[in-house]
Ligand binder design. Sequence first.
Ligand SMILES: Cc1cc2nc3c(=O)[nH]c(=O)nc-3n(C[C@H](O)[C@H](O)[C@H](O)COP(=O)(O)OP(=O)(O)OC[C@H]3O[C@@H](n4cnc5c(N)ncnc54)[C@H](O)[C@@H]3O)c2cc1C
Length: 400
Amino acid sequence: MPPTATVLVVGAGIYGLTAALELRRRGHAVRLFDPGPLPHPLAASTDISKVIRMEYGADEDYLAAMEVALERWRAWNARRPEPLYHETGVMFVTRQAMAEGAFEGDSYALARRRGHNVERMNAGKLRARYPAWNADRYVDGVFNPAGGYAESGRVVSQIITEAQAAGVTLHERQALAALLETGGRVTGLRTASGETFEGDAVLLAAGSWTPHLLRALGHPAASAFRSTGMPVFHLKPSDPRLFEAERFPVYGADISHTGYYGFPLHPTAGVVKIANHGDGREMPPESKERVVTAEETAQLRTFLADTFPALADAPIVYTRVCLYCDTWDGHFWIAADPERPGLVLSTGGSGHGFKFAPVLGDWGADAVEGRAHAYSHKFRWRPEVRMEKTEEAARFQGEA
Ligand SMILES: Cc1cc2nc3c(=O)[nH]c(=O)nc-3n(C[C@H](O)[C@H](O)[C@H](O)COP(=O)(O)OP(=O)(O)OC[C@H]3O[C@@H](n4cnc5c(N)ncnc54)[C@H](O)[C@@H]3O)c2cc1C
């Protein structure tokens, strides 16, 4: 890569956007393409909230990366017009005693070993501090004051403004349709409207569209990714005070055994959002199946009756099926294509990428510039990897 190159970034979700801004800051000319409108309504990054946690079971890489990212979230809050990261603390409680080898137990042990001020929870503390919870069902867990949630869609809008101010050329309503190649090297792209753009590198950051786009481009790595739909619910509580952040922090409810996690009352939307970090349903982004099913709603009602009695009959005022770009091992894929110089992928969020927004840009720009970083091996180009279960410890993978 020339020291100052022209980089074409495809996809203005959090992976593409942060890389575009960082590449521009490193002095490259950057064009950013997205069919839009932006933030794209079907993009995973576009939402009212995303969990910001450092809990990753025994995986020290993600915890270490989050130690840096959390500092930067706080710094972003300090220099931005409005704080979009809310440090409510995060709590992961269990229906059995926490065990070594399980998400909560390992997260607690690792956080303590790295000197974090985490607290062990129990039914008594839950009952006393967080009255919305059915403390008869949850007996152990960890509370971490560091962490909370970010208003992801608004973060995306904010970074779009900063990227344009930094000189990134935004091609909204322009989708990549084909790659231009000369002598086995990717030298640019053609858009769906037939326009062509030349560049020293193309960074594909198309989120859950990735497997479908790669298939359309005839790229063999398409099968390394799956687009998986997850149900999201917004509920209107009859007693909103019970769900305000100081009484209801971001949580995982025995998440690796139920998949359920959620947020306090949203400050502006006035709803309580709950979603499921489970197996989900595989589907393409524009699928007709992209609606929450009666079965998913019934499962939520069963969970609510068991865990949050005050929400058991609360009206569901909005639902959405949001799509993960899943890799087989559940780790991100931020790497250059060894077979096609000039092509780089930054994707594979696997349902847990947004919280790394403050460091994603570095990883994407490093991959474009051919620089290694502490997690290059974890996010490497790895089409050979096939796994039954992902390695992301919080993910619920199995029968309820
Ligand atoms: C239900 C759900 C809950 C989640 N919760 C959390 C959470 O609590 N915490 C967390 O850290 N992470 C969470 N995640 C994961 C996180 O949202 C994603 O990892 C992250 O937002 C992915 O960003 P992205 O840029 O890869 O994709 P996206 O945000 O989906 O953006 C991809 C962009 O690519 C564009 N694109 C597609 N095709 C083309 C083309 N041909 N040409 C140009 N542009 C194109 C699209 O228009 C889109 O704007 C969740 C995800 C989901 C689905």
